[in-house]
Design a protein around this ligand. Structure first.
Ligand code: COA
Length: 373
């Protein structure tokens, strides 16, 4: 190939046996299982196990895995001290990236038999605790114990966020969203993780780099940006007017469109339904109604559909999660997918090092400093 593909669109950049996305007939699958079955029937821990260990757990294996994750929630004292030293005004994504980096320094790969999947489990179990230890310390002056007996990552997260056992409907909605966010083939952050892994760098470096890539609003940061948009409106009519103006000004509406999906995101209906249910439960459906009107306008005006990030915004808001923690939740879920890809890359590695189409100047003569104008 002599010319570049803008944004690598349409380029097959490697092989993977982890997920299909947008494939005719198959849609979105994780290790061969359809997203409808997983989101409708599984728990996030089952899906993380499936991605990391390449098979669905049976009941005993799932129990053992849940117990294993529960046993990995402790934060080292030095990590807690570092979280206290971070500014309370930091963005939670900075906390996530820094937390992974710190854990990598305190519990390096290779020491004490630490391997890729073990580190992945440790991160899935402890990332929420890192974020919420930092949050509760800086917001409320509390030093919380992150080692709880919560049975799931979703319950642990909501429990640490509020200090109370979560409402089951909210917990279920968060759990389902973790499943939907867990894996998505060669998206920007996963590809980043694979590039880092291909240099034979350590596991934590791959995950920290992926967190950096996820943060931007064209990728994982879209759920926060979508929330900032929908929170501005008190009614669907107001939202419609503003979105039409934004489109006329050729502005992007975050949470719409997708590089691979061209007719719809198979994950969106799940979060839309959860958003509706949670809105009705709280007795105020304004956010859902506003979101639905924006969806209509985007379909009619641009032929664009909501991606997973759009309705996730109102779901998380209804669950009581602060907006700046939306992308960190995505991090916790996607760590399962990133880790599966790092392991797969390592199992059949070749350095990822593509070419660039050169667009710079012709070769020039070098002049000594004193001769330059
Ligand atoms: N709002 C308004 N217009 C949009 C849009 C959006 N969210 N997404 C795409 N478009 C428009 C583009 O402006 C472009 O219009 P043009 O042909 O008149 O220039 C056209 O649709 C094609 O979009 P393009 O940017 O080429 O698609 P892409 O494949 O490069 O980008 C995204 C895909 C996801 C980056 C893009 O849809 C986007 O920026 N979405 C908002 C961010 C987001 O939700 N990201 C999360 C993805 S899961």
């Amino acid at each position: 190939m002599t010319t570049a593909s803008e944004g690598l669109a349409g380029v097959i950049a490697g092989r993977s046996a982890i997920a299909t996305i947008g494939h005719e007939g198959a849609g979105l699958t994780y290790r061969g299982y359809g997203i409808h079955d997983l989101a409708g029937g599984a728990a996030f821990e089952e899906v993380a196990y499936l991605l990391l260990y390449n098979r669905l757990p049976n009941s005993a294996q799932l129990d053992a895995y849940v117990t294993r994750l529960k046993g990995m929630r402790r934060l080292p004292d030095k990590l807690k001290t570092a979280l206290e030293l971070l500014p309370g005004s930091a963005h939670p994504m900075d906390v996530m990236r820094t937390g992974v980096s710190l854990l990598g320094a305190l519990e390096p790969e290779g020491e004490n038999g630490r391997t890729g999947s073990g580190i992945a489990d440790r991160l899935i179990a402890s990332l929420g605790g890192m974020l919420l230890y930092w949050y509760r310390f800086h917001q409320r002056g509390e030093r919380i114990d992150t080692e709880t007996d919560d049975d799931s990552v979703a319950q642990h997260f909501l429990h640490l966020l509020t200090g109370r056992r979560p409402d089951p409907v909210k917990q279920k909605a968060l759990d389902m969203s973790l499943i939907l966010y867990a894996e998505h083939e060669f998206n920007a952050s996963t590809f980043t993780a694979r590039i880092v892994a291909s240099t034979l760098a350590d596991f934590y470096s791959a995950i920290a780099a992926a967190i950096g890539a996820l943060r931007g609003p064209l990728h994982g940061g879209a759920n926060e940006a979508a929330m900032e948009l929908i929170a501005r409106f008190d009614s669907p009519g107001e939202a419609e007017k503003a979105v039409r103006q934004m489109l006329a000004a050729r502005r992007l509406i975050m949470g719409f469109g997708h590089r691979v999906y061209k007719t719809g995101d198979p994950r969106s209906d799940f979060v839309k339904e959860a958003s509706k249910r949670l809105g009705e439960q709280t007795g105020d459906t304004t956010l859902f109604d506003v979101s639905e009107r924006i969806e209509q306008v985007m379909r009619n005006e641009k032929g664009l559909f909501p991606n997973l990030d759009f309705y996730s915004a109102s779901v998380y808001h209804y669950c009581g999660v602060p907006t700046s923690m939306f992308t960190p939740i995505f991090v916790i879920a996607r760590t399962a997918g990133w880790a599966a890809h790092v392991i797969e890359q390592r199992n059949d590695n070749r350095l990822i090092r593509p070419l660039a189409e050169y667009t710079g100047p012709e070769e020039k003569d070098w002049e000594p400093l004193e001769c330059r104008s």
